[in-house]
Design a protein around this ligand. Structure first.
Ligand code: GTQ
Length: 372
């Protein structure tokens, strides 16, 4: 049998590449990886850094004027920089996350797109959204959904800036080449139902209006902080989950499925001194520290966090959460691509069993801080 010499083989690879063909024998190990090799890396963004850049954006741009349809600064995972200078965003390969600020009097005009979007209100009073004709108050701690194809716009009628986290599945939508956007023909959508209509329809929380037996895409547009806390307080009467602490996921009460369709969202409470056991899974997450102070160990590296920080958890990454406070609960809001993983039967998870469920710490992450 004829075997090519290594130099000949390399020349052959170059020859194939020059005509847009590839050698499977040299690529098969990369294609059929024994386990996932995520491009995104575990990473953390400090609140002070994001706030400094948003302050600058506030000075430079006015929303609703010129090209500033929205004013948000988004997270770029350094592991994916070569995939996109900043075109697609991407805290992970599927999830875009950003911090958006709307100044008093500003109005981000209505549009809709293939990307699913959700918001978690970080601070400020007086903002509203209109989602498919429903006017919705935005209060700190609220979780708000705008699934794919829903018309949405935001306005600040108060007298302080309002800041929230946006999360969209744009990197996934872009990878699938299915991104469509439409701009509403008028400056504002007509309001079709009473204010906060959907949350008021579900005031009971445990029962469903009979008409919603037929699933609604947005049964509930606003999940108030107060109701989320009640749910966590109820869970807290019992033992915490050894990995997650006390955690709830936001669901569409007419279907029991994820509130936002393709993007999952959780609120997680870690009681004082909680030290979670480690595990890993293929779905990816973006965390926002709503309250508290602690750290998360990702693949052996300790990422310290405090209120207002964000961090990204790539696929198949060992992780465990710790609340450092003796007295205060820590609250982590997070978004995930579990609905996508489940839709394709990709989801897998594994518990970390060595060292009593805790990873040895091999390094401490140094975050970028704002320039003075
Ligand atoms: O507020 O509609 O961060 O369309 C990115 C895309 C926010 C929004 C983002 C969007 C929006």
């Amino acid at each position: 049998m004829n075997q090519l010499w290594p130099q000949e083989l390399e020349r052959f690879h170059a020859e194939l590449e020059a005509v847009n063909l590839g050698p499977l024998w040299a690529s098969i190990a990369a294609f059929n990886s024994v386990e996932p090799k995520a491009k995104p890396i575990p990473y953390l963004w400090k609140r002070a850094l994001i706030e400094q850049k948003l302050e600058k954006a506030k000075r430079l741009l006015e929303v609703g004027i010129g090209s500033a349809e929205r004013r948000a600064v988004f997270l770029i995972n350094p592991g994916m920089k070569d995939l996109q200078p900043y075109g697609w965003g991407g805290a992970t390969q599927t999830l875009y996350a950003a911090v958006q600020v709307v100044n008093p009097g500003e109005h981000a005009p209505p549009h809709r797109h293939t990307s699913a979007a959700l918001r978690f209100v970080m601070k400020g009073q007086g903002a509203f959204g209109i989602v498919d004709g429903e006017r919705i108050p935005f209060e700190p701690g609220d979780y708000l959904v705008t699934p794919d194809g829903s018309w949405h716009e935001h306005m600040n009628e108060g007298n302080e800036p309002v800041v929230w986290m946006d999360c969209l599945d744009t990197p996934f939508v872009m990878a699938m080449n299915v991104s469509f956007t439409e701009f509403y023909p008028d400056r504002q959508q007509p309001v079709r139902v009473p204010i906060d209509y959907s949350a008021r329809r579900y005031a009971g929380g445990m029962v469903r209006p009979v008409s919603d037996r037929k699933p609604r895409r947005i049964a509930l547009a606003r999940y108030t902080w107060q109701r989320t806390c009640q749910a966590l307080d109820g869970l807290s009467e019992f033992d915490p989950d050894p990995v997650e602490g006390f955690a709830v996921e936001y669901i569409n009460p007419s279907t029991g499925r994820d509130a936002d369709g393709r993007i999952g969202a959780w609120m997680q409470k870690l009681p004082p001194r909680f030290r979670g056991r480690a595990h890993r899974h293929v779905h990816t997450c973006v965390y926002y520290v709503h309250r508290g102070r602690g750290y998360t160990v990702m693949n052996g590296v300790r990422f310290d966090w405090e209120e207002g920080d964000f961090f990204a958890l790539p696929a198949w990454t060992w992780h465990e959460h710790v609340n450092l406070s003796d007295a205060e609960d820590a609250y982590l809001f997070s978004t995930n691509d579990l609905p996508l993983m489940e839709a394709f039967d990709f989801e897998r998870q594994e518990d970390y069993t060595e060292h009593d469920g805790h990873q040895p710490i091999t390094g401490v992450f140094t975050p970028l801080m704002p320039e003075p």
